[in-house]
Write a new protein. Sequence first.
Length: 117
Amino acid sequence: VQLVESGGGLVQPGGSLRLSCAASGFSFSRFIMSWYRQAPGQERELVAFISEAGGRTNYADSMKGRFTISRDNAKNTVYLQMNSLKPDDTAVYYCNARRNIPRSDYWGQGTQVTVSS
């Protein structure tokens, strides 16, 4: 099982980034996909999740209207489009795959996003 995030980097406040997470080794379309983030000294927090077929999404309040999660089950990839980035968005962003029955939970290695002028 692998989840490989990419697309992080340094961006100025107000800028945009698109994160990608390429999955392999499991049945991607049967898993809820999520993005989490963890800032220095902070607990890991949920950013957004998307249902197995992509028909349902949910976002943390501070990301609503700025971030968009999407998935392409044909490519086994989940995306996070981040717009209007703020310094407070600086964190390591992690991709997560979860299935409840049977219980399975996979994590990527994370990608650093730094928002700074």
